[in-house]
Design a protein around this ligand. Structure first.
Ligand code: ZN
Ligand code: MN
Length: 138
């Protein structure tokens, strides 16, 4: 790769990471694509996917895969927890210290070394919960 190609690729990755870190919405690749295009009109969806994968491998971002639906991406690579709304798909960050303590508790109680774990919460977000109860009342 020549120098110009390298500079362009680095710049693309920087813009993608910036877009990812500018939102708390845990966006899909397609959302990132629409945002990055505002700054780089010639970027392709394939480039977005490739860079999101690279950023994930580099430990700069997290990929959140939810089975059959599209992956979401998170600009916060630190281990943290999410609530997923099954009605609208919203992904909310959880900051609950007792959850973070779980891994240590498992290590001690089972006398094992835990290298990683996954924990996800599902249900109805605040908005969808209200919509549900309004429909029930009708
Ligand atoms: Zn919802
Ligand atoms: Mn998150």
């Amino acid at each position: 790769m020549n120098t110009r190609g390298f500079v362009r690729k680095t710049r693309q990755r920087e813009v993608i990471l910036h877009v990812l870190r500018s939102t708390k919405s845990h966006p899909t690749a397609d959302w990132v694509y629409q945002e990055v295009r505002k700054e780089m009109p010639n970027v392709s969806l394939g480039t977005i996917y490739r860079n999101l994968r690279t950023l994930t491998e580099m430990g700069e971002a997290l990929e959140l895969s939810y089975g059959s639906t599209y992956s979401r991406f998170d600009g916060n690579p630190e281990n943290h927890y999410h609530f997923v709304c099954e009605a609208c798909g919203e992904v909310i960050d959880l900051d609950i210290p007792v959850i973070a303590q779980l891994e240590a508790n498992v290590s001690v109680q089972a006398k094992v070394e835990v290298t990683h774990h996954r924990l996800e919460f599902y249900g109805r977000c605040e908005h969808c919960k209200q919509t549900d109860s309004q429909q029930e009342a009708n």
